[in-house]
Design a protein around this ligand. Structure first.
Ligand code: IPE
Ligand code: IPE
Ligand code: MG
Length: 246
């Protein structure tokens, strides 16, 4: 039987071998609905899960945890829900940055977050700058993130460089694209988890997921915890990654 990782009592780095885990945090609305609560209650409980899982990621020795918090398509939701989500994000950064910083966490953002409200952008930039010199794990939050949007921005950047004569067209390859992605300098994505039973990427990390292992669980995001993350890593440990080879 697969060994159970006990994140709360972990003394040494575990042997799961994953450096970078990303999570599509889905199911907040259904969690609330089951309890006859408004959707915002599910999102609030989702923030608690972010806190738990961020701690667990550190304890489980991950180098990077990337969390899909708001997609480039989530603007289609009612304005009141978008406002609730932005409010929770603002509060989360204000309330949790000290703990992140004290634990050596580096906060990163992926996605076109500069399109968010100017005061939120300022708050985010200050938070990222404050933790930039830390040497601990990276918590990357995907905000206004879409994999297609990210690749469009990469294409535009490289096209501009080519037009300016700073890069030859022949030098536009996998490495050049990697270096332009929002995830530049982060470890390669090992494991992509989606909660709530949906089995799709919803525009998340399309390029980065090329050889990531996929893990789907029926657990709704607000119920996800350190044991659930440890179970996903246990499953990952047993996967045979071949990268096209033998
Ligand atoms: C995930 O939960 C949170 C965000 C997408 C911001 P949902 O809000 O998508 O929850 P469901 O899918 O409606 O249950
Ligand atoms: C994906 O969840 C986005 C986030 C978790 C932030 P959605 O709930 O928006 O995805 P769809 O609409 O079910 O594909
Ligand atoms: Mg959803």
């Amino acid at each position: 039987m697969a060994s159970q990782i006990q994140p709360d009592h972990l003394q040494v780095a575990p042997d799961h071998g994953a450096r970078h885990v990303a999570i599509i945090m889905d199911g907040n609305g259904r969690w609330a609905k089951k309890r006859f609560l408004p959707r915002i209650a599910g999102h609030r409980a989702g923030v608690e899960a972010v806190r738990r899982v961020s701690r667990a990621a550190r304890e489980l020795g991950l180098e990077c945890l990337t969390l899909y918090a708001f997609s480039s398509e989530n603007w289609k939701r009612p304005a009141s829900e978008v406002a609730d989500l932005m409010g929770l994000l603002r509060h989360f950064i204000q309330a949790d940055l000290d703990e992140f910083h004290a634990n050596g966490v580096r906060l990163r953002i992926i996605g076109n977050y500069r399109a968010l409200d100017a005061s939120l952008v300022q708050l985010i930039d200050a938070a990222v700058a404050r933790t930039a010199g830390n040497s601990g794990p990276v918590i990357a939050i995907a905000l206004n993130y879409g994999g297609q949007d990210e690749l469009v921005r990469v294409a535009q950047t490289l096209a501009q460089r080519a037009v300016a004569g700073d890069i030859a067209v022949d030098d536009i390859g996998i490495e050049a694209i990697d270096a332009c992605l929002d995830t530049a300098e982060l470890p390669p994505l090992d494991l992509l988890i989606r909660t709530s039973g949906e089995q799709r990427l919803s525009n998340f990390m399309l390029w980065q997921a090329a050889y990531a292992e996929l893990y789907f669980t029926d657990i709704l995001w607000p119920d996800f915890d350190s044991a659930a993350l440890a179970a996903a890593l246990d499953a990952f440990r047993l996967r045979d990654r071949r990268f096209g080879g033998l």
